[in-house]
Design a protein. Sequence first.
Length: 189
Amino acid sequence: MQPTYTDLPADLPVPVDDGAAAHLAGRRLPDVSLAATDGSRVSLARLTGRTVAYAYPRTGEPGQPNLVPDWDAIPGARGCTPQSCGFRDHHADLRARGVAHLHGLSTQTSVYQKEAAERLHLPFTLLADPHLAFAKAAGLPTFEAAGLTLLRRLTLVIDDGVVTKVFYPVFPPDRSADEVIAWLDGAGA
């Protein structure tokens, strides 16, 4: 049987920590307004309380081929839909632990993201950074595929605009929300 976009192959390459996100911990995020899938604009720097924002390369389109034929061979590339579904499934758990805001972030357009948010029934918004304004200002780790600059997968816990915790690299992506919850239940409480 052909795997679906919600499946993760057992032989995915594990991304390594290349240090590209080390500078983010303790940093005040840049005030960059991003289009959200609900039509609003969001600046992660201006949100009050605790925010969880997860960055991912790109969500796939059902029935469409991967961006590049060797997508699954790129460490950390595969798994955007399972990661988003994990945060969807743990949304109430995160809220119960004091997370006031939850957002996904990619370089895809908000129009593209809106289809994924609706299809996956996400109870939070996805933020679009197609021109890499936020990614460049914050120094988020990126990679190139098919001539596009994409975000490397990471998750940030942000308190009043300051990064409190960085999860990087994130692997496996479908366990990202579980890792955040475990941290919130321990050191992050």
